[in-house]
Design a protein around this ligand. Structure first.
Ligand SMILES: CC(C)(COP(=O)(O)OP(=O)(O)OC[C@H]1O[C@@H](n2cnc3c(N)ncnc32)[C@H](O)[C@@H]1OP(=O)(O)O)[C@@H](O)C(=O)NCCC(=O)NCCS
Length: 162
């Protein structure tokens, strides 16, 4: 039996799931503080979390180990209904088996069924660790957009001059 895919549901959010998801967070964003079960609960309420799991690698209480993930959040904007892709990650020992591609296919199909008109994501082209990811996105039809991503960390509070 190979790796299978599913959407993560609130009911299955126990400590083991949380630990598996944090292993994947470390893959995609090393050093980021781990998420708690409570964080994860909020995430799945607002975001569709696709996971790949290995039925042959079970945890002691029976749940299959999660080995890959990707997240789809929705943006209902004046310019249309769009999706945003984040946190695409597959555990090291499972790479090169088209798990990342299958996760992205599932996400894209889900976005189509929801009626989304486009998908966006960001990936740093100067980071050599992103080479596989960028090759994957390009092969799925993603192209570099003209717009630049700008970010505010919102801490400390912005000082507004009036
Ligand atoms: C990106 C990632 C999710 C891909 O997962 P994966 O399951 O290994 O990918 P797949 O086996 O589905 O391969 C997808 C495509 O990636 C590319 N790819 C795979 N291995 C590659 C390699 N060694 N070098 C370059 N490109 C590679 C190919 O285009 C491949 O498609 P193909 O085999 O049909 O030609 C995984 O490498 C990963 O977790 N990377 C670290 C986290 C990360 O960078 N996330 C993206 C954040 S923007």
């Amino acid at each position: 039996m190979g790796v299978e895919l599913r959407i993560l549901r609130q009911l299955e959010l126990d400590g083991t799931t949380c630990s598996d998801m944090n292993d994947l967070l470390e893959v995609v964003s090393p050093g980021k503080p781990p998420v708690t079960q409570r964080d994860l609960l909020e995430i799945v309420k607002h975001t569709t979390v696709f996971v790949a799991y290995d039925p042959e690698k079970s945890h002691p209480h029976g749940a299959a180990k999660i080995v890959g993930m990707t997240l789809l959040s929705e943006r209902r904007l004046m310019t249309g209904y769009k999706g945003y892709v984040d946190d695409v990650a597959v555990l090291d020992g499972y790479r090169g088996q088209h798990i990342g591609r299958r996760l992205m296919h599932m996400l894209i199909e889900h976005a189509r069924q929801l009626g989304m008109k486009s998908l966006e994501l960001t990936s740093n082209p100067n980071n050599p660790k992103r080479r596989r990811a960028i090759a994957l996105y390009e092969s799925l039809g993603f192209v570099v957009a003209d717009t630049r991503v700008m970010r505010s960390r919102l801490a400390p509070p912005l000082a507004f001059k009036l």
